[in-house]
Design a binder for this molecule. Sequence first.
Ligand SMILES: Nc1ncnc2c1ncn2[C@@H]1O[C@H](COP(=O)(O)OP(=O)(O)OP(=O)(O)O)[C@@H](O)[C@H]1O
Ligand SMILES: [Mg+2]
Length: 324
Amino acid sequence: MSSEYLLEVRHLSKDFPIKGGIFGRQVGSLTAVNNVSFKVKRGETLGLVGESGCGKTTLGRCILRLLEPTSGEVIFHGDDITKYNAKQMREIRRKMQIIFQDPYASLNPRMTIGGILTEPLVIHNLFKTQQEKTKRLYQLLDYVQLPKDALNKYPHEFSGGQRQRVCIARALAVEPEFVVCDEPVSALDVSVQAQVVNLMMDLQKELGLTYLFIAHDLKVVEYISNKVAVMYLGNSVELAEASELYGNPRHPYTKSLFSAIPKPDPNASGDRIILEGDVPSPMNPPTGCHFHPRCWLASDECRSSYPESTIYTPTHEYRCHNPL
Ligand SMILES: Nc1ncnc2c1ncn2[C@@H]1O[C@H](COP(=O)(O)OP(=O)(O)OP(=O)(O)O)[C@@H](O)[C@H]1O
Ligand SMILES: [Mg+2]
């Protein structure tokens, strides 16, 4: 793998046990992520979209080994970190951080912002003197454009957007290279979302960060991402450069997702595709292509065999027997 790629995920899968009965024995398993592969270039953003429950968070957590993948490899800096022991993981964890959707739930309400930002510096032994620590805290606040007096305040004294800035500063405290952003702006007001997204893009440029950016909002993902992966029921069904994917989706599921993006012109031809039925349960996925029960192009082949990945262009691949 050339060093232009910071991260490569190979055939990653994650099964969860399903427990049942009064003794809580395992009665089955659920495949939350199924054989997902992609690469992310250093300094770039891979967007991850798909309906609720399709496995986005599980995938992000497996990459960081906050959850153990069932199978597959996560190549970070040219090394498969799924083979790392606890000590090796502790060292590499500094390089990989995560930002969550709900900034309030992920900040300790009893700690000041100063305390919250100092914690990772202490854990990773990142300062020697008090001056060094204070200088670093001011730099972190400066990154996320919060005033110096924020250090003595508590999370409840801030707005949602400001709290998310604190979470970003905390993630940056350890000088990561790769950040999983799990719906970082979904809980914020629309007016604040753009500010936080722009801040994240500025920081990416300034610090050379690589992002995995998970979001429901397809416009936000298009704006921030270089490449985008579309997930359906644990599978990556289409992966392409953002402009290619949005301009020329090949998978019917991708097309249906994008057709739901509101058009700037309300009189534009309404080619919205409304899918029939609900997302099937990952505990009992349909045979063949998992999307076939809701797909208007499904054929017998789709009902019987799961499609292999088709390389459409060097930067665009999909899994579909009957692409658009
Ligand atoms: N710890 C767990 N034990 C069992 N099943 C789980 C666990 N965590 C997630 N799942 C299941 O795995 C599937 C994928 O969940 P995940 O949270 O990754 O989806 P998601 O795409 O992040 O959804 P959302 O958009 O709502 O955040 C779901 O069916 C979920 O119920
Ligand atoms: Mg999620």
